[in-house]
Design a protein around this ligand. Sequence first.
Ligand SMILES: [Zn+2]
Ligand SMILES: [Zn+2]
Length: 157
Amino acid sequence: MTDRPMPELPLTGGCQCGQLRYRVTKMPMTLYCCHCTECQAQAASAFGMSLRIAADGVEIEGDFDNFTRDVGKPTAAQGVFCPKCGTRVLHRGRGEDSGSSIKAGTLDQTDWLHPVGHIWTSSAQKWLQLDGLLYPKQPDDTYEALSEAFLKQQKRR
Ligand SMILES: [Zn+2]
Ligand SMILES: [Zn+2]
């Protein structure tokens, strides 16, 4: 399979109705799929696809609302969604993990996306065939290997 190169920055995307838009102004750190049951429920699908970006690398335009799942921590990630059509466009970390992760399916251009790995494969749906770096649960290296693999992938193109 030949991957397409990532489009020039800024990457753009938005919600399904189009009133909430975002721009990614910094080079993404990595792209992976998460198969945890929370991501399955949130995406209403088999997995979530996350494009990780530094905290100051995303600009949002338009009305949005937040949802924070109660995990008993004030630093829990905030889900940002369009109040009109309900599309979740990104998650914003708080506290030490203050980066964002774009829900990659909301990008305007998606034909270049090729996740370098999968996390929480222990709850992945059994019909899926996964490649790349595989983690049964949360990566224990703060996404270092996933970030290196993404950088390598981008250099190859
Ligand atoms: Zn919308
Ligand atoms: Zn997840």
